[in-house]
Write a protein that binds this ligand. Structure first.
Ligand code: PRX
Length: 658
């Protein structure tokens, strides 16, 4: 068949919503290929979850799989004891000591390989150094680092000594760092002098210091030297140098601290409806079991693989599927520091070819960019080592799915479209690549043992094909246990909003809209709260709005997400200025700067629209839906219920100039 004919055929299958069967060669070797697994979990719930826990080594076995006596504060693998670093490193030493644990590819083309033995050595040395710096069990250690090997090393060193880590995405601003360190009362920070972007050094330490100035408690700071001579910033006397510390503890080992299954492994801040980020608490036993299990069942990870997740470790995807899941299974995990289009747009494909990457897990926003750049880039490389493709972070449109399936996977790799969240710890809704048919655009059925529904506002399941709210009906091992030091907010945010008394159970609300097909496949439509998803990055509209209204001359602001061809969503900021304030480019620049200072460049508004008024209901609520429709250039429905319907036309004109 010619390329054109294949195109026509694929197009037809997509239009008919035809399903794609998993490739036979894949099924034959898949970690999970028996469909009975769904029934097994159903019939033997929750005990079947021992399958996940059994992927780990436990110092003491659990007494009970699930304790649900204090809903929704569920506990998993009760009284089990283990150490996460020991599971991710030590237990692989005998068989895989000389195999690569981490293959790191730097922005400048440098590479580093850490075997499991290398990783063991450096994690131990850094764990000893952290202890010497005063870190004790349960102290929260913050990290503000880009994609360099010292980041997973520091995370695992913390795990070894039972100190939870709290990683802050390096692209976040100084203020965002300070806010998170203050919220976690964290007295330790591991950061870096800088890193490279498109070949140029980026001085990160400046930003870290600016953040530290706003941290209320004293914080011991350890700085990794990434830039060498390219660093423009001299170290301060009180800052510790990572290399010197590791050197000073050369050859030392630290016994892995025995942790209870329910002890906190890490804290990760994520955006919610209000302006304050939520500190999501994940545990040692349940989270690690879940990350390992989903890596095994969905990503089909085997020890001999070279597996690559192109996310950033600063987000949950990197925690679960660059660090904990793959290393728990003893495989080789690839880490790439740079961007996909530097030095050229074939960078990712070059890495796939060079390392014989077997699985690639990336985001729809990246796939849409690859599509735009064209097929000539992947065509320059041999991608035949790939066995499985995955996506995460936002809905994938069938066109992008098809492109990925065909031009990257050569129609020989299953594509798993995995729905999950920071809070869920790991994947929840996706096809199992060795079992299920794939339907482009639809994530698939809930994983075995996961119970999901789509309901209407009164709590009844919606009819097939209709939109509603996604809910998860049963607990699962990887679930967040609470919001750090805020049990009340944990209940308010996730559990009690629409509790369904007649079901006599707690229901978890992920705040996503979805539809469910007759066959139980779920298509996730996007957030139903005031959270945006820009290039797969989760941002709170309130956080952006509060940065904007802090600018002198701004009276009010409303931020919404507008459709964007590559980013999925883009930030649209509607701004009302104070009387007498000129609507100038200078003010626009100040607004952008304020957003970048409060959050980071990822939250930068695509468009700032000055408007004399915001469309409001008679009760004074801003009509965000309408502002989204205006941004997207959609037909507007009935606006007569607005208190100020005339404003709509003015705003439309400002956005589209027509
Ligand atoms: O809206 C959903 C979207 O990303 C949100 C979670 O964002 P975050 O906590 O940052 O975690 C991202 C990585 C797991 C969800 O509420 N989302 C994630 N995966 C998908 C998705 N939307 C549709 N399809 C997906 N596969």
């Amino acid at each position: 068949m010619s390329d054109d004919e294949i195109d026509v055929e694929l197009e037809a299958r997509l239009e008919e919503q035809e399903e794609f069967e998993p490739p036979e060669a894949f099924v034959e070797q898949a970690n999970v290929s028996d469909p009975a697994i769904y029934d097994d979990f159903e019939e033997n719930w929750p005990d079947e979850w021992e399958r996940a826990a059994d992927l780990l080594d436990w110092e003491e076995e659990w007494d009970q799989v699930l304790d649900d006596s204090n809903e929704p504060f569920y506990e998993w693998f009760v009284d089990g004891k283990l150490n996460a670093a020991e599971n991710c490193i030590d237990r692989h030493l005998d068989e895989r000591g000389d195999e690569a644990a981490i293959e790191w590819v730097g922005e400048l083309g440098e590479t580093r390989t850490y075997t499991y033995r290398d990783l063991h050595r450096e994690v131990n040395e850094f764990a000893a150094a952290l202890r010497e710096q005063g870190v004790e069990e349960d102290d929260v250690v913050s990290m503000y680092m880009p994609m360099i090997p010292e980041l997973p090393i520091a995370m695992l060193a913390c795990a070894r000594i039972g100190a939870p880590h709290a990683v802050v995405f390096a692209g976040f601003s100084a203020d965002a760092l300070a806010e998170r360190m203050n919220a976690a009362n964290s007295e330790y920070l591991v950061t870096v002098d800088g890193y490279y972007r498109r070949g140029d050094p980026l001085q990160h330490l400046e930003k870290a210091r600016e953040g530290l100035d706003k941290v209320e408690q004293d914080a011991t700071t350890i700085v990794v030297d990434r830039l060498g001579d390219d660093s423009e910033i001299d170290p301060l006397p009180e800052e510790r140098d990572y290399d010197e510390l590791v050197e000073a503890h050369s050859g030392e080992t630290v016994d892995p601290v025995t942790r209870d299954a329910e002890d906190m492994l890490f804290l990760m801040y994520t955006s919610g409806t209000t302006g304050k980020p939520k500190g999501v608490k994940h545990t040692t036993g349940g989270y690690l079991s879940y990350a390992a299990w989903t890596s095994h069942a969905v990503l089909d990870v085997k020890p001999e693989d070279t597996y690559w997740c192109s996310a950033d470790i600063g987000w949950i995807t990197g925690h679960s599927y660059i660090v904990y899941g793959p290393l728990a299974l003893g495989t080789t995990t690839v880490m790439y520091e740079g961007t996909p289009d530097y030095p050229d747009k074939d960078r990712l494909w070059e890495i796939v070819e060079d390392y014989d990457v077997t699985q690639l897990y990336t985001a729809p926003t990246a796939i849409r960019a690859f599509m735009k750049w064209g097929t000539e880039y992947p065509e320059q490389h041999d991608l035949s080592s790939l066995r499985l493709l995955g996506t995460v972070g936002e809905p994938i449109n069938p066109r992008a799915w098809k492109w990925y399936y065909k031009h990257i996977g050569n129609e020989e790799c299953p594509v798993v479209d995995t729905w999950w969240q920071t809070e869920t710890g790991g994947m929840m809704i996706t096809t199992l690549p060795g079992i299920s048919n794939m339907k482009p655009g639809s994530a698939g059925p809930p994983l075995p043992g996961i119970s999901a529904d789509v309901i209407d506002p009164s709590g009844d399941p919606v009819e097939a094909g209709r939109a509603g709210h996604l809910v998860i009906n049963k607990p699962w091992p990887g679930m967040l246990r609470t919001l750090y030091k805020n049990d009340e907010r944990f209940i308010d945010e996730y559990w009690d909003e629409y509790s369904i008394p007649e079901r006599d159970q707690w229901v978890y609300f992920p705040e996503d809209g979805a539809k469910i097909d007759d066959d139980g496949y779920i298509t996730v439509l996007g957030r139903v709260d005031d959270v945006l998803n820009v290039s797969g990055h989760r941002l709170g509209t309130m956080e952006i709005e509060s940065a904007i209204v802090g600018v002198e001359g701004v009276a009010e602001a409303a931020v919404v997400g507008g459709d964007h061809e590559v980013k999925g969503e883009a930030v649209y900021a509607y701004v009302i200025t104070e009387d007498g304030q000129e609507e100038s480019d200078a003010l626009r620049d100040e607004i952008i700067e304020a957003v970048e200072d409060a959050i980071g460049p990822i939250a930068r508004p695509e468009q700032i629209i000055f408007t004399p008024e915001l469309p409001k209901t008679r009760s004074g609520k801003i009509m965000r839906r309408l502002l989204e429709d205006i941004a997207d250039g959609n037909e507007l429905g009935n606006t007569s219920t607005l208190r100020n319907p005339d404003v709509v036309h003015d705003i439309q004109q400002k956005v589209h100039g027509d």
